[in-house]
Write a protein that binds this ligand. Structure first.
Ligand code: PGA
Length: 235
């Protein structure tokens, strides 16, 4: 899964070195980042002309907080490649005026010409970015409340504290406008969400189901994540 999606990203970057990428955090994309970093180190891949936007960040976390997505991206990707710092965008979860930060972020995406490739993970509840079930398909970058299940799943990143209650996420419409979407899922704990997204109804209650209407979306699944497909179990 990781090799296939890394190859897909590299193919786009070879066609368009100045591509605009929207990128996820979490456990699932780590193998993809490792491969892209490996290709950069062996001289096969430069990312110096690319532009990067992250999908989300926890509200209230300063960029140097160990559980922040700023730190995750620096440690797993941006700090290990030749990315131009002026073309790296991660929402500022510690912004004094979060609503203004969301508007600034959405404008930066627009000014970059929109995104060429959006890489997504999927939550066990079908979320994409931090667009939890119920997120309007026409939503833009905004402050959202995290579901209890997401906070539980992510609690392990927060040692003594509990996971934040809110986050800034790129919106559903912003994701939908990406010219290409690559969604990754691995493990049996994603199988039900994958089946609901692929075989269930297109519904705001399963955010990833919106992608069925997208003209250029590819799913990269390991066998475990695909194991509920074709069994008629999706609602
Ligand atoms: P994970 O997160 O890759 O850590 O499973 C995916 C997501 O919640 O979008």
């Amino acid at each position: 899964m990781s090799a296939a999606v890394a190859d897909a990203v590299v193919d786009r970057l070879k066609e368009v070195p100045s591509a605009v990428l929207m990128l996820p955090t979490g456990t699932t994309p780590l193998g993809m980042y490792r491969r892209l970093v490996g290709m950069h180190r062996s001289g096969e891949l430069s990312l110096v002309e690319a532009t990067f936007f992250n999908l989300d960040e926890y509200l209230g976390l300063p960029p140097d907080h160990p559980a922040s997505y700023h730190v995750y991206m620096k440690e797993n990707f941006y700090g290990l490649i030749d990315a131009d710092p002026a073309r790296i965008f991660v929402p500022n979860g510690a912004a004094e005026h979060p609503e203004a930060e969301c508007e600034r972020y959405e404008s930066a995406i627009r000014e970059a010409g929109g995104t060429d490739v959006c890489v997504l993970g999927i939550g066990r509840n079908g979320h994409i970015g931090f667009n939890e079930p119920g997120a309007p398909f026409d939503s833009r970058t905004r402050v959202v409340r995290l579901s209890e299940s997401t906070r539980r799943v992510n609690a392990g990143d927060f040692e003594s504290e509990s996971a934040p209650e809110c986050a800034i996420t790129v919106g559903m419409a912003t994701i939908f406008e990406s010219r290409e979407v690559l969604l990754l899922a691995s493990g049996t704990n994603k199988a039900a969400a994958v089946a609901a997204a692929v075989e269930g109804e297109t519904s705001e209650s399963v955010p990833a189901s919106m992608l069925k209407k997208h003209p250029n979306t590819t799913l990269f699944l390991d066998e475990d994540a695909a194991s509920d497909l074709g069994r008629g179990v999706a609602g």
